[in-house]
Design a protein around this ligand. Structure first.
Ligand code: G
Ligand code: G
Ligand code: MN
Ligand code: NA
Length: 251
């Protein structure tokens, strides 16, 4: 397809950009870190969503090059932020299944002079569909590097609690579908969030509620004791320059 050909050239043409969405403490609203989200400014078609081009990259051999670029750029940008702030990078199951990932991660950290614990990799449970011993081995290697690991989109897809036992996650990201419209502490979304928060605590993991858009969602989620929140109520993903301006102005 034409879009795949264009994506092949997008890196060289510098049409890809990393934008950053803050994750904030649910109670104090202080910024804890940023999630890196890729953007593609196509020469003719304008902005193309990663929801469209990441699956195309995953179905071709492009995801490794895109993923490496994302890690390097995100680490480089994060190295300019105050040192208590972390950066979270989404990693595709295809990258996770490839043997290069640990080296790519280490090289990105070294090139940016970023301490490993400031980088968090967001992984979805689809990685567990791959070969079990290779998956376990990859978790060990990443763990050894010292990066943080978050389980993304939790509660959707083929959620299995056994994944939590098998892999050393630091954080669970509660999917937007449970967060959106969670405005009442007695509804079923709230019950699910309560259960996830409690499970995470018992396993020494933190939680981030994703996709918070409204004040009443924010207040319910803070009451349910999710540690962090992310969503349009605070900010969409913005370019690195904007992050730097906001950090300087103390926003
Ligand atoms: O930012 P937005 O909501 O449009 O992202 C859509 C999807 O694309 C999300 O599932 C997100 O995780 C994914 N995505 C965004 N940036 C990256 C990236 O750099 N690498 C990978 N693998 N996925 C990404
Ligand atoms: O799959 P992942 O969780 O990485 O995807 C993150 C996606 O969620 C990005 O595309 C991002 O733009 C989107 N997103 C972040 N905050 C909100 C929000 O408050 N509302 C909606 N609708 N989407 C959000
Ligand atoms: Mn994510
Ligand atoms: Na997510």
């Amino acid at each position: 397809r034409e879009i795949e050909e264009d994506l092949r050239d997008a890196l060289a043409r510098e049409e890809l950009e990393m934008h950053y969405q803050p994750a904030v403490d649910a109670k104090t609203h202080l910024v804890k870190g940023f999630e890196a989200l890729m953007r593609w400014n196509h020469a003719e078609h304008g902005s193309i969503s990663p929801g469209v081009f990441i699956p195309i990259a995953e179905d071709s051999d492009l995801i490794d090059a895109l993923g490496e670029w994302a890690l390097r750029r995100a680490c480089r940008d994060a190295a300019e932020w105050p040192e208590e702030l972390t950066v979270s990078v989404n990693v595709s199951a295809q990258q996770f299944a490839g043997e290069a990932l640990p080296t790519v991660v280490e090289n990105a950290l070294v090139a940016a002079n970023l301490p490993a614990e400031r980088l968090e990799l967001e992984i979805t449970e689809s990685v567990f569909m791959g070969d079990a011993s290779a998956t376990d081995e990859m978790f060990k290697k990443l763990r050894k590097i010292g990066v943080k690991l978050a389980l993304d989109d939790f509660g959707t897809g083929y959620s299995s609690l056994s994944y939590l036992r098998r892999a050393p996650f630091d954080k669970i990201k509660i999917d937007q579908s449970f967060v959106r419209g969670c405005t009442d502490k007695d509804d079923s979304n709230a019950a699910i969030i309560t259960a996830i928060v409690s499970l995470a605590r018992a396993m020494k993991m933190t939680t981030t509620a994703e996709g918070v858009e409204a004040l009443d969602e924010l207040s319910v989620i803070a009451d349910l004791n999710a540690e962090y929140v992310q969503g349009f109520i605070f900010s969409r993903a913005v370019p690195h320059d904007t992050v730097m301006e906001k950090l300087r102005s103390g926003e």
